[in-house]
Write a protein that binds this ligand. Structure first.
Ligand code: NAD
Length: 501
């Protein structure tokens, strides 16, 4: 793994000095091999980087938006040219199976394409003025430095969702990646610099990456020159970051934990539902924010559905994510495995009947943490079911009426993704209505994970309320001004107010 990683980093343009001799050891979750030792930034280095990013912003904001789009277009070209190498690095560092690593880089390419188009569409409104000879309009203007904090499980795509939009919006970017995945961040930054080298007129330090843990993130969060902090990770992290940014009246975009459910109704196509649930629950070894963690099945089909899921679950091939045919890769580290075991123990105590969940491949990979996917038949939605455990555990519950199913689906602190499998239009529309799912994503006959970049992505409640990626999510990266222009020869006041002098 180590040699392969070094070859990939070199092909992607990362010098060896960037990942040797540092204090942050990087281990592959595949076999525990040490892949590198990266420099950890100090708080003072972060402060200096914010200063450089701010200077870059002051220049970049005056470049016309379509020209800014050209830089993102070039970056998209670099990603296309290096897709296989970067995807492989994602697999080695984050443990994703090959097609998911490739899918992650494809998402980066897609958001670049989206952002390039957007760079000609950052438009506001013209609004009718109540005063004669006046015109009113809104403009969206560049915001400032955008600080991006990302999680290990989407080590590069989440940064791209943010930075591709921020760059066309006229902002500069500062990235604090997960301390578990600094190498893919260095590689992404190197590809970005290749694009900058081919572009005329980009200021220096338009994008910077600073590796390290929470402390370096906090230095970014507390710096008033960072106009927007876009933070992706656990609800615990969001609880620390949100109030700190609010205390200085900064802007925050939070993308936090999920606890996503699929409702399966009596009319559902069970073949479709089984496939959607299996990928949602066990793909990426249950380490997606949109992972399906709960199935809420109608009592008439519950037992059949759960039996099918359990049979299919036991067949899923666990193994190295870079070997063809394996569908379930490793957990990121021992801490994740221990959290999974603790959750299963709690589920048993709370009346759950557990299948699977044991450690796998321990003899072959003593330094890595593979686990058999778990299915837990729960008698009720107990405390452990309402908690996000970042591992392949699927809890199953029964319901009698759709109202009861929707109430169960919503009765968790998180509000990211949800789905219903049904062929009944009333059920589908009710699920998506005001009285339906309270999540940011509510799908019909599609699982909870695997969103496309064209839609706004994010969720409610403890998921943090932020929206990233497509639709009008770009507005978070700009400031809005309302302009009223008087082209008449008089000065009428709004609402007919008189102030004659
Ligand atoms: P984590 O919260 O442990 O870490 C995420 C990032 O936050 C890391 O870069 C970490 O260094 C940083 N961080 C932690 N504490 C901080 C602090 N006090 N100040 C500043 N930065 C701090 O999360 P993780 O284990 O890497 O990722 C898994 C979690 O992320 C899950 O809860 C998952 O649901 C969530 N996630 C959410 C989304 C989404 O879009 N909603 C996407 C991916 C992951």
């Amino acid at each position: 793994m180590t040699n392969q990683t070094q070859d990939l980093l070199s092909a992607l343009g990362v010098p060896a000095a960037a990942y040797t001799g540092g204090t942050l050891n990087v281990r592959s979750p595949i076999d525990g091999a040490v892949l590198g030792a990266v420099h950890e930034a100090s708080a003072a280095e972060m402060t200096a980087a914010v200063g450089r990013a701010h200077a870059a912003f002051l220049e970049w904001r005056t470049v016309p938006a379509p020209k800014r789009g050209e830089l993102v277009r070039l970056f998209g070209e670099e990603l296309r040219a290096h897709k296989a190498a970067l995807a492989r690095l994602v697999s080695l560092e984050a443990g994703k199976v090959t097609s998911e690593g490739e899918g992650e880089v494809q998402e980066m390419i897609d958001i670049c394409d989206f952002a390039v188009g957007l760079s000609r569409q950052l438009h506001g409104l013209t609004i009718a003025s109540e005063r004669p000879g006046h015109r009113m309009m809104e403009q969206y203007l560049p915001l400032g430095v955008v600080g991006i904090i990302s999680a290990f499980n989407f080590p590069v795509a989440v940064w791209a969702w943010n930075s591709a939009l921020a760059l066309v919006c006229g902002d500069s970017c500062l990235w604090k990646p997960s301390e578990k995945t600094p190498l893919t961040a260095l590689a992404t930054q190197a590809l970005f610099e290749k694009a900058v080298a081919r572009y005329e007129g980009a200021p220096a330090y338009l994008s910077q990456v600073l590796n390290g843990g929470a402390a370096v993130g906090e230095a970014m969060v507390d710096d008033a020159r960072v106009a927007l902090v876009s933070a992706t990770g656990s609800t615990r992290m969001g609880r620390a970051v949100g109030p700190r940014v609010a205390a200085r009246f900064g802007r925050c975009l939070l993308e936090l934990g999920g606890n996503n459910a699929i409702i399966v109704t009596p009319s559902a196509d069970l073949d479709l539902a089984v496939r959607g649930i299996l990928f949602g629950a066990y793909g990426t070894a249950g380490q997606r924010c949109t992972t399906t963690r709960r199935v809420i099945a109608h009592e008439s089909i519950h037992d059949e559905l759960v039996a099918r899921l359990d049979r299919a679950r036991a067949q899923l091939k666990i193994g190295s994510p870079v070997e063809a045919g394996n569908l379930i890769g490793p957990l990121i580290d021992k801490q994740a495995f221990d959290a999974m075991q603790a959750a299963l123990a709690a589920a048993r105590e709370q009346g759950g009947e557990v299948s699977g969940g044991d450690r796998a491949l321990a003899a072959q990979y003593p330094e890595a943490w593979y686990a058999a996917p778990a299915l837990v038949r729960m008698p009720a939605q107990t405390a452990i079911v309402r908690h996000e455990t970042f591992a392949p555990i699927l809890y199953t519950l029964k319901y009698k009426t759709l109202d009861e199913a929707i109430a169960l689906q919503n009765d968790v602190p998180q509000g990211l993704s949800s789905a219903i499998f049904t062929n009944n239009i009333r059920e589908a529309e009710t699920f998506m209505s005001a009285a339906g799912s309270d999540c940011g994503i509510a799908n019909v006959n599609i699982g909870t994970s695997g969103a496309e970049i064209g839609g706004a992505f994010g969720g409610e409640k403890e998921t943090g309320g932020g929206r990233e990626s497509g639709s009008d999510a770009w507005k978070a990266y700009m400031r809005r001004t309302t302009n009223t222009v008087n082209y008449s020869r008089s000065l009428p006041l709004a609402q007919g107010v008189k102030f004659d002098i």
